[in-house]
Design a protein. Structure first.
Length: 272
C-alpha cells in the first residue's frame, strides 16, 4: 500500500513514529475517491488531518497566497510522470478555490521517454543491423539515458547519449537536439493544449483574464517536491508550528465546501 510505504519512509528518515498526515489528491477526485483515500490513510495507521487538492498544494508551495492583490485567476499546468492535469484556481482575499480541472490520465513524462526510446531503438537498428527491443535490461539502460537527456534539454539546446556496451558489446553514442526532441514529441505537446482549452471553456474565463500560470516544474522550487512542499506547510500549520519559515507562509485554514469538488483555504497574514 502506497500510503503505508510513505509512512514507513517518513519514519525511517525522521527516526520517530508519525501519526498525523495531510494527503494530496488530484483535483478531479470525487467524494468517494477522497473518502477511499482517507480510509486508506486510516488503514495505514495515520490520522489524516486534511485531504487537499494537488494544485492547491502547489499554489501554497509557490507562495501564490503572498502575491495576490484582489481577485486573481491562476492556471496550474502539471505534466507529471504518468498523468497530466490542468486546474484553474481563483484566489481572492486569501481564499483559494479550484474552479475547474481537466486532464489526461494517460499522458505524462513516460510517454515522452517512450518516444525517445523507440526513436533510438530504430537508430541503433539502422546503424548496427540489430534489434535490441526484445532485451529488457538493454531497454532499461536506454530508457534511463533517454530520461536524463530529456531533462538536460530543459536547459540545453543539445545533449548527448553515451552508453557503453549497450547491446551485444556494441557501444551506442548519439546526440539529440531540443528541436529534434520537439519534432519527435510534437503530437504529445499538442495534446496538452486540449485540457487547457477545456478548462478555459468550462470556467467561461478568457485567456486574457488568467493572471498567472504555474508550470510544474517551476525554477523557484524543486518540481518533484512542489505538491509535497505545499502539503508539508499545511501540515505544519495544522500541527501548531510557529517557526519563522511557517509564519512566512501566513496562517492557512482549509474548509471543505459541501457538494463541491474543491476546498477553500483561508489565508491570514501572521504579521498584518
Amino acid at each position: 500500500m502506497v500510503l503505508l510505504k510513505m509512512k514507513e519512509t517518513a519514519e525511517s528518515y525522521l527516526g520517530t513514529t508519525t501519526t498525523n498526515a495531510v494527503v494530496t489528491v488530484p483535483a478531479y477526485f470525487n467524494d468517494s475517491q477522497r473518502q477511499a483515500t482517507n480510509d486508506a490513510g486510516t488503514i495505514s495507521g495515520m490520522n489524516v488531518l486534511r485531504i487537499i487538492n494537488e494544485p492547491t498544494a502547489a499554489a501554497i508551495a509557490y507562495g501564490l497566497d503572498k502575491k495576490v492583490q484582489g481577485e486573481r485567476n491562476v492556471l496550474i499546468f502539471d505534466l507529471g510522470g504518468g498523468t497530466f492535469d490542468v486546474s484553474l484556481l481563483t484566489i481572492e482575499e486569501g481564499i483559494f478555490e479550484v474552479k475547474v480541472t481537466a486532464g489526461d490520465t494517460h499522458l505524462g513524462g513516460e510517454d515522452f521517454d517512450n518516444r525517445l526510446v523507440n526513436h533510438f531503438v530504430q537508430e541503433f537498428k539502422r546503424k548496427n543491423k540489430k534489434d535490441l527491443s526484445s532485451n529488457p535490461r538493454t531497454l532499461r539502460r536506454l530508457r534511463t539515458a533517454c530520461e536524463r537527456a530529456k531533462r538536460a534539454l530543459s536547459s540545453a539546446a543539445q545533449t548527448s547519449i553515451e552508453i557503453d556496451s549497450l547491446f551485444e558489446g556494441i557501444d551506442f553514442y548519439t546526440s539529440l537536439t531540443r528541436t529534434r526532441f520537439e519534432e519527435l514529441c510534437q503530437d504529445l505537446f499538442r495534446s496538452t493544449l486540449d485540457p487547457v482549452e477545456k478548462v478555459l471553456c468550462d470556467s467561461k474565463i478568457d485567456k486574457s483574464n488568467v493572471h498567472e500560470i504555474v508550470l510544474e516544474p517551476n525554477k523557484s522550487i524543486n518540481s518533484d517536491e512542489a505538491v509535497a512542499y505545499g502539503a508539508a506547510v499545511q501540515a505544519a500549520i495544522l500541527s501548531g508550528d510557529t517557526s519563522e519559515k511557517i509564519s512566512n507562509h501566513h496562517h492557512i485554514y482549509l474548509f471543505p465546501v459541501p457538494n463541491h469538488r474543491c476546498f477553500f483555504l483561508f489565508v491570514f497574514n501572521h504579521h498584518a
